[in-house]
Design a protein around this ligand. Sequence first.
Ligand code: TXA
Ligand code: MG
Length: 315
Amino acid sequence: MQTFVTDSPEEAAGYLNRGETVAFPTETVYGLGADVFNPDSIAGIFTAKGRPSDNPLIVHVQNPERISEVAGEINGAARLLIEKFFPGPLTIVLKKNRSVPDIVSAGLPTVGVRCPSHPVASAFLGFCNHPVAAPSANVSGRPSSTDWKTVYHDLGGKIDCLLRGEQSTIGLESTIVDCSVNPPLLLRSGAVSIESLRELLPEMKIATSCMPGEAPKSPGMKYRHYSPEALIVLVESPPPSFPEGEPSAWIGLSATPEGAVQALRCKSPEEYARVLFGFFRTCDAHGIRRIYCELPPEEGIGRAIRDRLFKAAGD
Ligand code: TXA
Ligand code: MG
């Protein structure tokens, strides 16, 4: 299969409307999309990614009015979240409409819905006839793609079209809140922090899947995730030195220790989030064996960074 690369949201939507798979930029990470109502196209996503079929997909809509095309009743908690955080890096899980094929929801009675704020994503979704089911645009188990070249590296030749855009500004996948249960449940941390969610919904609970080492609640949580080839070493502060003979890398907020072959000192947790997955891939390209990652404070987006680091480390 040849992958057509374009800068035109309208052209990319043409591919999608004809039943083909299209990767597109969003503010969190790149997505690999297909028409939510076309099970054959959706199957193409699972094949291209090598994704297990019991892992449901998030459905993307251009604006909140279109949520009713895939979800049933929108309850009070969901309404509050939509008003405050849509469009943006938040996915809400709702009871699904019967029109949503089982391959999208992996047989669950619910569907995850997100409305991206990225202008190219928004234009693209506006040209699509139906909502767009899309997981992150990476080979299953690898770090999510935050730029179009990485999407091409992972999926070139396996997908029909790639809509090219800028690097994702957030760099980590959306926050997921399950609104089909009462009280609402945080399933995955992201740029919309638990602190800001609880300002709106103080009763919100945090799923144990968001806690390192705990059993999965969201189907996607049980798989090895976000992993580079190198061994991930989690540290609270920089090590005094790196082991001899093994090329090592450093990423964190503190000053870089001596002897790192690759290193990134981030000015803020936001920058850390934006560059993390790209850094993992750079390290792989340079044959790094160990990546020392500094755990940021557990607040704001720091919670999401910690979550991805623990998962990448295989916890
Ligand atoms: O930022 C994002 O969310 C990106 C962009 C492309 O929108 N998408 C993304 O998709 O990260 P993916 O497939 O890599 O992760 C989706 C996660 C999985 O862990 C999946 O299990 C969970 O969402 N999920 C999807 N539908 C669900 C549902 N109905 N109930 C519980 N979890 C669900
Ligand atoms: Mg993913």
